[in-house]
Design a protein around this ligand. Structure first.
Ligand code: NDP
Ligand code: DXP
Ligand code: MN
Length: 383
């Protein structure tokens, strides 16, 4: 019997990796919704190939083009934020949440409210909504399966174990493309997106370069695996072979290893609790030779300190941090600010002025996100 799936952010790096797996076992899957922001040509092609029920563009100004591209196909076309949430709320066996940024929060919450199983790649949504999302998961009997490679690794290492027995969760970090670059003041967007191990979208690639990716992942881990922030640590491991580790109180450390290919954690979510085949290259440890481990350098890359402080402060702080980072990364990619201003801007938005009250609902999270973006944009324009 086939299983139904919706993919939010189908045209992106995680979205297309997911569809690559589905393509190999097409008869096992029924594709319900595929979404994008405005990449109409790619979305329409995917919707036709996978015979989706509905294709949605978040940017409503792209809807006419989508309608034209799907004309005669029998596939529904829709556009706008509300349509995106309505499509995400269609009942399916699994939703892959692969929109980039807090823009994915509304649709993820719509899927959670259906009590569905959500394979979550969109870490910014969980970082921003925090307890609002985890409470909704509990209330609606939904299930979050972590796609993010580190969290998927931890999830696998925790299976069969008890969270009370965990001494440490160790998040591994590659250190990004700039780990050994001395002068960070002249870094270009091209250098920053050139991740040494992973082929990913531009925003997360810049986050890896600043180490904000690891900061966001720290907060993500804190919500997914409630061991306490003081039991989650970060270790730089440049080869990205060990995707993360769990140390239990008896001194046993379990690690998950694999190639730097997102189809491995995605497959683990799609098949969970079983396993499925993937075309990924097996690990060749003798060819890799050596694995290295280092302490993070928070003087050069303050993002993990800022994220830990935001997680400790709780309330609105993680949503503020995330929104400021999204604005800063977009400005850096547009060549409006230098690389080194990304973390400076995030720190200023977090520390200058009062933090908003802790959000208690989706609408309040979105208000904090919106206000923080405006504040970050003002600070950029004033400087
Ligand atoms: N790439 C990776 O290997 C990994 C990614 N992640 C996380 O997964 C998420 C997706 O990352 P990635 O696939 O790299 O990102 P991409 O930039 O490659 O893809 C983003 C997807 O989101 C859509 N999108 C962009 N903006 C909006 C918007 N405002 N509203 C609705 N949809 C939008 C894009 O549509 P369009 O094509 O039309 O622009 C595209 O489908 C991120 O949260 C990232 O942190 C986590 C671990 C690994
Ligand atoms: C593939 C994945 O999960 C990314 O988040 C990746 O881990 C980025 O690598 P670093 O942030 O460790 O450079
Ligand atoms: Mn990751």
């Amino acid at each position: 019997m086939s299983r139904s799936i919706s993919i939010l952010g189908a045209t992106g790096s995680v979205g297309t990796s997911t569809l690559d797996l589905i393509r190999r076992d097409a008869k096992d899957w029924r594709v319900v919704a595929l979404t994008a922001n405005c990449n109409v040509a790619e979305l329409a092609a995917l919707a036709k190939e996978f015979r989706a029920e509905i294709a949605v563009v978040a940017d409503e100004s792209c809807l006419n083009d989508l309608r034209a591209a799907l004309d005669g196909s029998g596939i529904e076309a829709a556009g706008g934020k509300r349509a995106l949430c309505e499509a995400a709320a269609r009942p399916v066996d699994i939703t892959v949440a692969a929109i980039v940024g807090c823009a994915g929060l509304g649709p993820v919450m719509a899927a959670i409210e259906q009590g569905g199983t959500i394979a979550l790649a969109n870490k910014e949504a969980l970082v921003s909504a925090g307890e609002v999302m985890t409470a909704a998961v509990a209330k609606h009997g939904a299930m979050l399966l972590p796609v993010d490679s580190e969290h998927n690794a931890i999830f696998q290492c925790l299976e069969g174990g008890r969270i009370e027995d965990v001494r440490w969760i160790t998040l591994t970090a590659s250190g990004g493309p700039l780990r050994t670059v001395e002068d960070l003041s002249a870094v270009t967007p091209e250098q920053a997106v050139a991740h040494p191990n992973w082929d990913m979208g531009a925003k997360i690639s810049v986050d890896s370069a600043t180490m904000f990716n690891k900061g966001l992942e720290l907060i993500e881990a804190h919500h997914l695996f409630p061991v306490g922030l003081d039991r989650i640590r970060i270790v730089v491991h440049p080869q990205s072979v060990i995707h993360s580790m769990v140390e239990y109180r008896d001194g046993s450390t379990l690690a998950q290893l694999g190639p730097s290919d997102m189809r491995v954690p995605i497959a683990s979510c799609l098949a969970w609790p079983q396993r499925m085949d993937t075309p990924c290259e097996p690990l060749d440890l003798p060819a890799i030779g050596e694995l290295g481990f280092f302490q993070p350098d928070e003087q050069r890359f303050p993002a993990t300190r800022l994220a830990r402080e935001a997680a400790e402060a709780g309330g609105a702080a993680p949503a503020v941090l995330n929104a400021a980072n999204e604005v800063a990364v977009a400005a850096f990619l547009d060549r409006k600010i230098p690389f080194s201003r990304i973390s400076l801007l995030v720190e200023r938005v977090l520390t200058e002025g009062n933090l908003p009250d802790a959000p208690r609902s989706l609408d309040e999270v979105l208000m904090v996100d919106d206000a923080s973006r405006k504040r970050a944009t003002e600070m950029l324009e004033l400087a």
